[in-house]
Ligand binder design. Structure first.
Ligand SMILES: [Zn+2]
Length: 413
């Protein structure tokens, strides 16, 4: 088999490098929605899609959409893709790898002269990370038909509205509805993405099948105790808001540690007045809770709120618990998990199923079609960081698995 008849790890990595050069900073990778850097990345992607035998266009929200026809023109498609935008000071593979690898799979089919009974569409989503306007998944929501037009009035850090930015990019905000696809168009959506976590690497596995994109709850907890003199108030008479928060943090850690796949994080903790010789009278912390099953996550949220309330009651401090976010789980369809698993097995590898703790475009596309994901090992599990890295071998192997999945894809009965 000649090199052109199989996905190429080197070509995939070179293209991720080329996309990484489309950045608003020279020393770091930052590429946000509707920027001139996005335009440059779109141009590269359009050219690669066309070279791979696809027709390619920019849709009404700025997504790059390539289509490889079925053996019968106009057939519904298997949709593949990921996002082309980045966080600030990003890595080169989060998002881009999935777009570039999918193009390489089509490139291979085209080089072999293979047409399948369904079309393949590859989408490079214009915004997943939500860096510029705060709202995430703009590209995939537009495609799924769930884009909220009220967002057009949101403004970026420079005061430019999304409506103005779309117009400046050469897009017409009133036509965003035209980016929406129908269920009849799309048989399924599959995404290849780096894991962004350390599980596959720890187990020595290059790829895994995603079971679900975890749902999440976020809370802000405020505790009101009584500030006092650090020298004069005996321990038994204190109402220390920070000590209460500390006990809550450990209760959250312990509750989440009891179940596999449930994770809870206190990422921010503040105490006031914040002086060495003053008992903290006030504390405030955040909770981020995620799990692959909604009932599991909701039960954990109930238990944690009860634990926080009971700790604070015992310590005679007042507590306020405010939920700031709840997002439900986007489960990957079992039939797609099975087909992705079969492609992994066919490469002689064990099938590791794991949830995704990070959000992905599939969370929006699930309103349009069943979703499936293939995770690829990344070095140290590091992501959203310029140190993000994968090996050439893993890039090639994961694309080979993905191509196998595409070639053997059978729509749900
Ligand atoms: Zn991503």
């Amino acid at each position: 088999m000649t090199a052109s008849l199989a996905p190429s790890g080197k070509r995939i990595r070179d293209r991720c490098d080329a996309l990484a050069r489309c950045s608003e900073e020279t020393a770091a990778l930052t590429r946000v929605f509707l920027s001139k850097e996005q335009r440059a990345a779109n141009e590269l992607t359009l050219a690669w899609m066309r070279e791979a035998g696809m027709s390619a266009r920019i849709d009404a929200i700025g997504n790059v959409v390539g289509r490889y026809e079925a053996d019968v023109a106009g057939a519904p498609c298997l949709m593949l893709g990921s996002h082309l935008d980045t966080v600030r000071n990003a890595g080169k593979y989060d998002g881009m790898l999935g777009v570039v690898a999918a193009i390489d799979c089509v490139h291979t089919l085209n080089a072999r002269g293979t047409r399948l009974p369904f079309a393949i569409e590859v989408v490079g989503f214009a915004d997943e990370e939500g860096v510029r306007f705060g709202a995430t998944l703009l590209g995939s929501r537009a495609l799924a038909g769930t884009f909220d037009p009220k967002l057009l009035d949101s403004r970026d850090g420079e005061g430019m509205s999304m409506r103005e930015a779309l117009t400046a990019f050469g897009l017409d905000p009133v036509r965003i509805v035209q980016a929406a696809r129908t269920r009849a168009d799309v048989l399924a959506y599959a995404e290849l993405h780096i894991e962004q976590g350390p599980v596959l690497e720890a187990e020595g596995l290059p790829v895994g099948v995603v079971t679900a994109i975890n749902g999440a709850n976020r809370f802000v907890i405020e505790i009101e105790g009584l500030a006092g003199h650090a020298g004069t108030v005996p321990m038994a008479l204190r109402r220390d808001a920070l000590a209460a928060a500390a006990e809550c943090v450990l209760a959250i850690e312990s509750r989440c540690g009891r179940e596999p796949d449930l994770v809870g994080t206190v990422g921010r903790l503040e105490a006031a007045p914040g002086a060495t010789n003053v008992i903290p009278g006030h504390s405030r912390f955040t909770i981020d809770l995620r799990a692959p099953r909604d009932e599991q996550r909701r039960q954990a949220a109930v238990d944690i709120q009860a634990a926080v309330a009971s700790i604070c009651a015992r310590r005679k401090v007042r507590v306020g618990i405010r939920q700031t976010h709840e997002g439900k789980t986007a489960a990957c369809a079992p039939w797609l998990q099975d087909q992705i698993g079969q492609a992994i097995e066919a490469e002689g590898l064990p099938v590791r199923r794991l949830p995704s703790g990070a959000g992905h475009d599939g969370m929006a596309i699930i309103d349009l079609a069943d979703i499936g994901m293939l995770f690829v090992r990344c070095e140290g599990g590091i992501s959203h960081n310029p140190l993000e890295a994968i090996t050439l071998e893993d890039a090639e192997l994961s694309a080979r698995v993905f191509l196998r999945f595409i070639e053997h894809f059978k729509p749900a009965a």
